[in-house]
Write a protein that binds this ligand. Structure first.
Ligand code: AHR
Length: 493
């Protein structure tokens, strides 16, 4: 097979907001306890944070982490997680039917985030929680001193405010599974009234309203329209959540990038419709604050365990290719998608897996995320692909390739990523970059293999990871590469 791609310097999509490479830590399964926080572990620092996990996260280069949920947040009282640890209550977590000991709360998160080199996207509880309690949390976190809640933070040993700048108004409030789910009308009003309080407390913050929790929701996209009509002026982002899993057709699964693009396109259109209705100058930005491959059939929430093994998916090469494809879609929409969170980061549906009291394992999906978050910086450019289409069951005819191109002025580096979804055919690939001048290839990595269902294990941790290819092309403006069947390629110039 053959394919070509032309990228033109005058076809910039947008500057990439680094928060597009965010991730997510929820109090879910072993994400927190025995994931990022395990005081008994050999690598734990004086606060109980696992340093081996911190290292794996800092290599991923994740600029923002959503916390503390997720479904968990809709039944969570943030006040349970502050103050002396021995006085914190043990609660039932309604979201995952787990025991929550509250040994890790908002202050521990702030400390951990600093050590991980990241920032926080904090979700407030709009299920059982009230707008007032959300306001108190923000006051506790961001007000310097002189009020009940800010002075309590200081009493707890945090003289300086945490200054979290990004806040989510609840989580998936359209989902029947959510603690205190509600109608779009009720949520829109609650989100608006909470937003007013939060922006009064700290006008420098940005707010994310809950959009539909999936493209498959029967209420999509009406939910998004109604919510935005209620709080368009008060919020800065509408959220999207989307998960994919292999259901028997590799062709369909590999085409997930196309489905995600359709979802984003519809949410943009819905937001722009509301903008027109409102006669507003403001363009609503998108926060894809949960996305990933997730095998929901693996979910088994037994009542009531502490740090249970929930959603510990063991990702395959196929899953990693899908994650690569999804990343191309996300960054190719950088003009509207300003934040995105790979859900999640450690143990629960995550690229990083820990053995309690043991080692850290990088699943296959770690690698495409690491490559894109490290190298796709600066400005995203339109990648004009000419390639064959493949026929899918659920999405019709879909391009067999998807690509992403970025150029970073600060380093002078151009990065190009391409997913070949042809399962049996390699592709002779012509890449035309002439409008960027003469370029020297400096890095060529390929993720591919004979067995799409192979993965990494503690015994064979490097079974599936990118292979470095020799740099055997001359500097130039046009390049030719062979893309192996079912492969993900990174090229840096
Ligand atoms: O990321 C796992 C869960 O998926 C989150 O808690 C929830 O928001 C979504 O349904």
């Amino acid at each position: 097979k053959t394919a070509s791609c032309r990228v033109h310097r005058q076809q910039a999509i947008s500057e990439i907001d680094p928060r597009i490479y965010g991730s997510f830590i929820e109090h879910m399964g072993r994400a927190v306890y025995t994931g990022i926080y395990e005081p008994e572990h050999g690598t734990a620092d004086d606060q109980g944070f696992r340093e081996d996990v911190l290292q794996a996260i800092s290599d991923l280069n994740v600029p923002i982490v959503r916390y503390p949920g997720g479904n968990f947040v809709s039944g969570y009282d943030w006040k349970d997680g502050i103050g002396p640890k021995e006085q914190r209550p043990t609660r039932l977590d309604y979201a995952w039917f787990s025991i929550e000991t509250n040994q890790f709360g908002i202050n521990e998160f702030a400390d951990w985030a600093k050590k991980a080199g990241t920032s926080g996207m904090i979700a407030v509880n709009l299920g059982t929680g009230t707008p007032q309690e959300a306001g108190y949390l923000l006051e506790y976190c961001n007000i310097a001193q002189g009020t009940t809640w800010s002075d309590l933070r200081r009493e707890h040993g945090y003289e300086q405010p945490h200054n979290f700048k990004t806040w989510c108004l609840g989580n998936e409030m359209d989902g029947p599974w959510q603690t205190c789910a509600m109608s779009a009308e009720d949520y829109g009003k609650k989100a608006r009234e909470t937003a007013k309080i939060l922006k009064w407390v700290d006008p420098s913050i940005e707010l994310v309203a809950c959009g539909s929790s999936s493209r498959d929701m029967p209420t999509f996209p009406e939910w998004d329209r109604i919510v935005l009509e209620a709080c368009y002026d008060e919020v800065d982002y509408i959220s999207l959540h989307r998960y994919y899993e292999y259901e028997g057709s590799q062709t369909d699964f590999l085409a997930s990038f196309y489905d995600l693009n359709e979802f984003i396109t519809t949410v943009k259109a819905t937001a722009d419709y509301v903008r027109a209705v409102k006669r507003s100058d403001k363009v609503m930005m998108l926060s894809l604050d949960e996305w990933n491959v997730w095998y929901r059939q693996n979910m088994d929430c037994k009542r009531w365990e502490w740090a249970p093994s929930i959603a510990e998916d063991e990702y395959t090469l196929l899953d990693a290719l899908v994650v690569g494809g999804l990343l191309t879609t996300i960054v190719n929409n950088a003009d509207r998608v300003k934040m995105a969170c790979l859900a999640q980061l450690v143990n629960a549906l995550a690229p990083i897996h820990t053995a309690p009291n043991g080692a850290v394992l990088k699943h296959t999906t770690y690698y495409p995320f690491q490559q894109v978050s490290n190298f796709a910086r600066g400005v995203a450019y339109r990648s004009q692909l000419t390639c064959e289409q493949v026929t899918t069951k659920n999405l019709g005819s879909v391009p067999a390739l998807t690509a992403l191109t970025t150029f970073d002025d600060s380093t002078g580096e151009l990065a190009h990523f391409v997913l070949n979804t042809h399962q049996d055919d390699s592709v002779d690939y012509q890449l035309n970059l002439e409008s960027f001048g003469r370029l020297q290839l400096i890095d060529h990595q390929v993720l591919a293999g004979d067995d799409p269902f192979a993965g990494n294990t503690f015994e064979h941790p490097d079974n599936i990871c990118p292979t470095q290819k020799p740099i055997d092309v001359q500097p130039g403006e046009q390049f030719a590469f062979e893309l192996p069947a079912a492969s993900w390629t990174l090229l840096r110039f």
